[in-house]
Design a protein around this ligand. Structure first.
Ligand SMILES: Nc1nc2c(c(=O)[nH]1)N[C@H]1C(S)=C(S)[C@@H](COP(=O)(O)O)O[C@H]1N2
Ligand SMILES: [Mo]
Length: 209
């Protein structure tokens, strides 16, 4: 195929697939889309393996450990009782051609509040997060202290859909999607320069968009 033909073909493909998506929206989803938010639960899914962890709320524990004075284990109930904020954000995959992004209002506990509780040692430079699927991503401690970085348990006013990390994920406004660890079960503070999954494969460790 000639390049121009290929472009037109791709354009047609994009137009027809967006019409398909629009055709599927209900009225409330259309209103949602008008508010600049992605229809609830229908935003893109990216994950490095086939595993979609099935976590029961009663079994959920977030382990916060490593080079800290006060390691803690937080249940889902613990998280719900902690001060929370809402942050409007666009989650975007680093390999987004145009559709791997979504506008979402996250609700959760600022990671900076949890940092105040666990008291990392002065030597700490990184927080490494683990998903229940074995995924990892790291944040430099400066970004972890950004007040908009949330240990998130709601998206657009509802519990997170399972494919998007139920019951708890990280959201890291301003940084690439690979830092938004889904099914978050552990936050490990370290004085070593540990890299997460995509970071160790060469994606920026300082993942600012
Ligand atoms: N546990 C876990 N979290 C993960 C991933 C993963 O494979 N496992 N993929 C990351 C990547 S690359 C992106 S772009 C976002 C996508 O989030 P979404 O599927 O909710 O849109 O999740 C991130 N968090
Ligand atoms: Mo991604």
């Amino acid at each position: 195929m000639k390049l121009t033909n290929r472009r037109n073909f791709l354009k047609l493909l994009l137009i027809s697939s967006s019409l398909l998506v629009l055709g599927r929206l209900s009225i409330s989803e259309m209103q949602h889309a008008q508010n600049g938010l992605t229809p609830f639960g229908s935003w893109y899914v990216v994950q490095y393996s086939q595993i979609v962890p099935d976590i029961l709320l009663n079994n959920y524990v977030l382990t916060v450990d490593g080079d800290v004075e006060n390691p803690v284990q937080l249940t889902y109930q613990n998280l719900l009782t902690m001060p929370s904020i809402e942050v409007k954000d666009t989650i975007q995959c680093v390999s987004d051609p145009y559709f791997l992004r979504a506008n979402v209002v996250w609700k959760g506990v600022p990671l900076s509040n949890i940092i105040e509780i666990v008291k990392p040692k002065p030597s700490v430079i990184k927080v490494v997060g683990y998903g229940a699927d074995g995924y990892t991503a790291d944040l430099p401690i400066e970004k972890a202290n950004d007040p908009n970085v949330l240990v998130t348990y709601m998206a657009d006013g509802k519990p997170l859909p399972q494919v998007h990390g139920y019951p708890v994920r990280l959201s890291v406004p301003g940084w690439w999607g690979y830092t938004y660890i889904k099914w978050l079960v552990r936050l490990h503070f370290t004085s070593k320069n540990i890299l997460g999954y995509w970071e160790s494969l060469g994606y920026p460790d300082y993942a600012k968009k």
